[in-house]
Design a protein around this ligand. Structure first.
Ligand code: AMP
Length: 395
């Protein structure tokens, strides 16, 4: 069976086509600048060069039609007919408290997604538009929603509630939700496989460190805490997001700049970018640090220190830890980050072998063989999880 996986942003649409007989990717692509001048589709049939099509793409419906046309193309396509598509899976950012697992899309689910939209005003409306565009193009193909928040729904109330008046939770749904749940789920399950032990026996800290970053404490297969919150803004220092700050800093800046500008400052102008003054990309910050730039060195230290603190906190929250997993752009690729985060964690039972750490983008255990706590790099694969859930839930 072939499954199309879609990740819709407000002006973009990413996709992959899987052959679920062997879980291989047949094609992938990205539509950019939907509704903006200069829109284009970059489509890659696996094993061939990417093909870029520049065209007016005023909305997601036109984007979906263009993607389907590419999938059927005689040269770079991977389908003879759209009937070969068994199902379509969508990444949906926010499932609120309505969804604790992936779900087949029905009219009732669409209504629930619309109820969740105010919680993720930038993302969920785009996800809904993507589902509607597929429904228009492929009305008889089943669709499944896979939520970034769902894996975190197992958190206990003392971890997900904020100590603000209860009415903000009861009436406005203000609480910790957490994000990157699909990635935390994939790498924690894979970690258990690598260790050859049932996940129900394990306490795992998963560090998804990318442009956006979050950690999760996964005890016995269930999330008990995670570092992102009501939105993806809190937690560790990120590319442009500030991570944890004293909430009074927010009101202080807001009094000067207004709420909207403050939101932009904390989400888009802070983090590595705000501290280094150089870049949101850790590679640039690392280059600056290596050349002796003090601001870059500070930004790097702040990021790795914040991750280290969360590891300590989550080991305490779970009463121990069996494995620490690094994943996503930084976690998979940055040996320096992995070293700076793990140095000094010997008290927890972490014993590193840094001679194994100098590599990028593959699955590998980087702790010493006699380390009580295993430290493992696991490339994440959110699209594959979406494809697997879609296959399971669509019929
Ligand atoms: P993601 O959001 O998971 O795609 O991660 C993207 C981020 O990973 C980039 O912004 C970089 O900061 C980081 N990254 C990718 N490769 C490297 C590398 N070799 N060293 C350090 N950081 C990297």
């Amino acid at each position: 069976m072939k499954i199309l996986v879609i990740n819709c942003g407000s002006s973009s649409l990413k996709y992959q086509v899987f052959d679920m007989d062997n879980e291989s990717v047949l094609a992938k692509g990205l539509v950019e600048r939907i509704g903006i001048d200069g829109s284009r589709l970059k489509h890659t049939k696996i094993g061939m060069d990417a093909v870029v099509t520049e065209a007016a793409i005023p909305d997601h419906k036109v984007a979906v039609d263009l993607v389907l046309k590419s999938l059927l193309d005689a040269k770079v396509g991977v389908l003879k007919s759209l009937d070969e598509l068994g199902a379509v899976g969508h990444r949906v950012v926010h499932g609120g408290e309505e969804f604790a697992s992936s779900v087949k899309i029905t009219p009732a689910v669409m209504n629930a997604l619309k109820r969740c939209a105010p919680l993720a005003p930038l993302h969920n409306p785009a996800n809904i538009i993507g589902i509607e565009a597929i429904t228009a193009a492929l009305p008889s193909v089943p669709q499944v929603g896979v939520f970034d928040t769902a894996f975190h729904q197992t958190m206990p109330d003392y971890a997900f509630r904020y100590a603000v008046p209860e009415r903000y939770y009861k009436e406005d749904h203000v609480r910790r939700y957490g994000f990157h749940g699909t990635s935390h789920r994939f790498v924690s399950a894979r970690c258990a496989e690598i260790l050859g032990r049932p996940i129900e026996e394990l306490k795992i800290i998963t560090c998804h460190l990318g442009n956006g970053s979050s950690l999760a404490a996964v005890a016995h297969g269930k999330v008990v805490d995670t570092s992102m919150g009501f939105t993806p803004l809190p937690g560790v220092v990120m590319g442009t997001r500030c991570g944890d700050v004293d909430p009074s800093v927010v009101t202080f800046i807001a009094q000067r700049e207004g709420a909207e500008k403050t939101d932009t400052i904390l989400n888009k102008e802070s983090g590595l970018f705000g501290v280094s003054g150089v870049s949101a990309d850790l590679r640039d910050v690392e280059e600056g640090m290596n050349k002796g730039d003090a601001k870059c060195a500070l930004a790097y230290k702040m990021l790795t220190y914040s991750v280290k603190k969360y590891i300590g906190a989550y080991a305490a929250a779970m009463g121990g830890v069996d494995a620490i997993v690094f994943t996503a752009g930084i976690g998979e690729n940055s040996a320096t980050t992995r070293q700076m985060v793990t140095e000094g964690l010997e008290f927890l039972g972490v014993k590193m072998d840094y001679s194994k750490n100098n590599f990028r983008g593959e699955e590998r255990v980087i702790s010493a063989p006699d380390s009580k706590v295993k430290v493992i790099v696991i490339p994440t694969n959110e699209e594959l999880v979406i494809a697997r859930d879609t296959k399971k839930m669509a019929f």
